[in-house]
Design a protein around this ligand. Structure first.
Ligand code: NAP
Length: 278
């Protein structure tokens, strides 16, 4: 039997149990899934449980993605670059950490027929996920990456994740968003602006009208499925993609790690989407 968990604080809202349970059922694998509230500073205690109960692996959400790193025996190259781990596998007494967010995003883009290769990528926000997208965009061959953020220092920090491509950091202002939109092939919202339960939203979405006609507008938010940001982009005739595909693909890639084998990601995504969210 496989034992999986999601840990975080808060953790009640997480869709991970629904997604991973559906995957294990689809694959006919006997499993147990635990949703565990682990408060900041309590990781050592949880890891004792992992060893005691031989838990196969677990996903992490706030506030543990970076804090877990000193406890692990190894982390993969993606997690190292982002300094962030969202998946841990426990095998033969060894704890290995991975970051599957960026590959999940790449897979979601590919499914929609896009990639970041040769593209001018503009990212709004400079939090944990922004760093993973910046690094992935650089590795995928984006020609330029611009990060706009409320706190400039964090944008400056995040662009250090990118190697081998032209990068710029600036403040998230109306003026900068308008100027950057003019030269964006892919525009990504990596802030929580417009997310269910978040009081704040973009005050002005006029900058979206500046985007080239064939630009892709991507919101990492998956609740609601269509944010005001995406609605406005759609009204303006731009192609859009929400964060739902990324959410499911990062989970499926984590399942590949837990199971130690490749899965048919597209078939599983279709199944999970229909069964859990249809
Ligand atoms: P995070 O680390 O908390 O970073 C949030 C970023 O948004 C920061 O750069 C912050 O700016 C900015 N921000 C927050 N409130 C703002 C406001 N009122 N005005 C302007 N900027 C604001 O968050 P994260 O983990 O990177 O997640 C970012 C988004 O991605 C969230 O919406 C999350 O739901 C989504 N996400 C989606 C998936 C998926 O699978 N689809 C996975 C992970 C995350 P400062 O630096 O100035 O504070």
């Amino acid at each position: 039997m496989i034992k999986l968990a999601i840990i975080g604080d808060p953790v009640e809202h997480s869709l991970s149990p629904v997604i991973h349970s559906a995957v294990m059922e689809y694959l006919g694998i006997d499993y147990e899934y635990y949703r565990v509230q682990v408060k900041k500073g309590d990781l050592a205690q949880f890891l004792e449980r992992v060893r005691r109960e031989d838990i196969t692996g677990f996903n992490l959400t706030m506030p543990h993605k970076t804090d877990i790193i000193p406890f692990l025996d190894e982390i993969d190259s993606e997690a190292k670059v982002y300094n962030s781990v969202n998946t841990v596998k426990y095998e033969n007494g060894w704890l290995s950490g991975y970051s599957t967010d960026a590959d999940g995003y790449k897979e979601a883009l590919a499914e929609a027929g896009y990639s970041m290769r040769g593209k001018r990528v503009v990212i709004l926000g400079a939090g944990g996920v922004s760093g993973t997208i910046v690094s992935k965009a650089a590795r995928e061959g984006a020609v330029s990456i611009t990060v706009l953020n409320r706190t400039l220092e964090k944008a400056e920090q995040v662009i250090k994740c990118a190697e081998g491509c032209s990068c710029r950091a600036d403040v998230l202002s109306d003026e900068n968003m308008r100027a950057c939109a003019r030269e964006a092939d892919v525009l990504v919202n990596a802030t929580p602006l417009g997310m269910t339960g978040v009081a704040h939203n973009f005050e002005n979405l006029d900058f979206l009208a500046e985007l080239p006609k064939d630009a892709l507008v991507s919101d990492l938010i998956y609740s609601p499925r269509k944010t005001a940001f995406l609605k406005r982009a759609e009204e303006l005739g731009r192609n859009t993609i929400n964060g739902f595909g990324m959410l499911i693909y990062q989970a499926l890639i984590a399942d590949e790690i837990y199971l130690g084998r490749k899965l048919d990601l597209h078939a599983l995504k279709a199944y999970v989407e229909e069964k859990c969210f249809g």
